[in-house]
Ligand binder design. Structure first.
Ligand code: KIV
Ligand code: ZN
Length: 511
């Protein structure tokens, strides 16, 4: 029988460390619920000591999810462990995940601690965490650049102290697959009590090798992989769940392990994470990129028509890509929408279906065919943005070859509607200036991108912006058939995210 590989998803923690990707509690719950359906074994919901917002999000995710374990990250200190436990204790299956750096460079310069002090601190932290739960994980931060013998020593010691999972991170994405596989094999061989724990790996993608390194580690005996959806995460990101899972699925004899992942849910999960974080998936991204299953060359298209396996190593349906589009128009009813939402994996309450249906009616007045991507956007905008401070109520633009671009805007600020007018050197500039004046915000627009949500000239525009104010960075996203309106929605969404960050400022976390 194949051995089990545990999938530990850290989209909500390491993934959230992608610049601008911070999520509010409702958004985190939505992603966590989807990850649970996807079948991940562990969901790392956040780092409760890092901010009030993270504390609340971990508590709420812990209360909601029943099938996956919920992990809370904490430094190796009493205060962090207390905060993490207080947030995660509500979970059906809680896990405390504590970390401490073990490489000479981190111990000398960052921690200013000797090896003996690091060992003692790690043991104290594990014992303290184990007084709350027997499900404790220890991460040796910068493990791939640590002395292998010290790594074995600290793993042996923390396992004796109660750690059930020991994690070897390639924190700075420096490892090479062969060397990383050998390090894992060395740890498996030279940690005398390793059979009492699961060895995990956590790879970053600075050299584009995160998935390859994780695979090499699994080949050498690691049985937990820490991953994120779409590979998002600190700097160049983490090992991507979809790449790892589909490699194991497509090449089942290379490493004979099984996962509990329902591969058909991969694509919808990828879309959801991209929509909520505002981080677009690059078109050529393996498995979930827009071009991952698109055949451009005539010779390939001909081959695929004759037999898909000539050029396709995976079936698009296996990852949940379906050509079975929702063809609905303005005469379609609420019942059909409810049914389709369910097929798409959304279990919405009656009130939520009503909100989406109202938005659907407005959209289907403007657009003949409503696609799954449109429905996802409606769900995202209708259900997840309920606690927003700002909302766009009205927008009128005059612009053209002979007109000075002018925007007239109505915005609701904490429920109070105000009006404003302003100009700019184009319609989007005019809209953004006006909204900025009305909200008295001074954010800088770092990036603006626009994309068509589906094919066809009637497609909705999907705009993503990156805003910066007082050192805080937030992404915003908006969709509408009118691209100026979509741009305004994206800007307002970015401002709401900045407000959330102002109210929940991230603290110096030592990561
Ligand atoms: O990259 C890293 O080392 C981490 C640890 C906290 C596991 O994210
Ligand atoms: Zn990391």
């Amino acid at each position: 029988m194949k051995e089990k590989l545990y999938i530990f998803d850290t989209t909500l923690r390491d993934g959230e460390q992608s610049p601008g990707a911070s999520m509010n509690t409702a958004e985190k719950i939505r992603i966590a619920t989807q990850l649970e359906k996807l079948g991940v074994d562990v969901i790392e919901a956040g780092f409760p000591a890092s901010s009030e917002g993270d504390f609340e999000a971990v508590s709420e995710v812990a209360k909601k999810v029943v099938n996956s374990e919920i992990a809370a990250l904490c430094r190796a200190s009493v205060n962090d462990i207390d905060r993490a436990w207080k947030a995660v204790r509500h979970a059906a299956h809680p896990r405390l995940h504590t970390f401490l750096a073990t490489s000479d460079i981190h111990m000398t310069y960052k921690l200013k601690m000797s090896r003996e002090e690091v060992l003692a601190t790690a043991v104290d932290a594990i014992k303290y965490a184990a007084s709350f739960t027997d499900n404790v994980e220890f991460s040796a931060e910068d493990g791939s650049r640590s002395d292998p013998d010290f790594l074995c020593q600290i793993f042996e010691t923390v396992i004796d102290a109660g750690a059930k999972v020991v994690n070897l991170p390639d924190t700075v994405g420096y490892a090479i697959p062969k060397e990383f596989g050998e390090l894992v094999a060395y740890v498996m061989k030279n940690t005398p009590n390793i059979d009492k724990a699961i060895l995990s790996v956590h790879c970053h993608n600075d050299l584009g090798l995160a998935t390859a390194n994780t695979l090499a580690a699994i080949h050498a005996g690691a049985r937990q992989a820490e991953v994120t959806i779409n590979g998002i995460g600190e700097r160049a990101g983490n090992t991507s769940l979809e790449e790892l899972v589909m490699t194991l699925h497509t090449r089942p004899t290379y490493v004979p392990v099984t996962t509990g992942i329902e591969t058909k849910r991969i694509h919808p999960t990828s879309r959801l994470v991209s929509m909520i974080t505002g981080i677009m998936v690059q078109p050529n991204k393996a498995i979930v990129g827009a071009n991952a299953f698109a055949h451009e060359a005539g010779i390939h298209q001909d081959g695929v028509l004759k037999n898909p396996m000539t050029y396709e190593i995976m079936k698009p349906e296996t990852v949940g890509l379906t050509s079975n589009r929702m063809v609905m128009g303005k005469h379609s009813g609420k019942h059909a929408l409810r049914k389709h939402l369910k097929n798409m994996g959304y279990d919405l309450s009656e009130d939520e279906v009503k909100i989406v249906f109202e938005k659907f009616k407005v959209l289907s007045d403007k657009k003949k065919i409503v696609h799954d991507e449109d429905i996802e956007a409606l769900v995202n905008e209708g259900i997840l943005r309920t606690s927003d401070i700002y909302s766009l109520e009205y927008l009128h633009i005059s612009s053209g070859t002979t007109v000075f671009p002018t925007a007239s805007v109505k915005i609701s600020i904490n429920g109070k509607v105000i009006k404003g007018t302003g100009t700019g050197n184009g319609p989007i500039d005019a809209t953004y200036h006006t909204i900025s004046e009305m909200t008295q915000t001074r954010s800088e627009l770092l990036r603006f991108s626009i994309n068509a949500l589906t094919d066809g000239t009637d497609a909705q525009g999907e705009v993503t912006v990156r805003l910066k104010e007082d050192g805080l960075i937030a992404l915003g996203r908006g969709t509408d058939p009118d691209i100026i309106t979509a741009s305004a929605y994206a800007y307002v969404n970015g401002l709401n995210r900045l407000e959330y960050l102002k109210q929940n400022p991230p603290q110096e976390s030592g990561l």
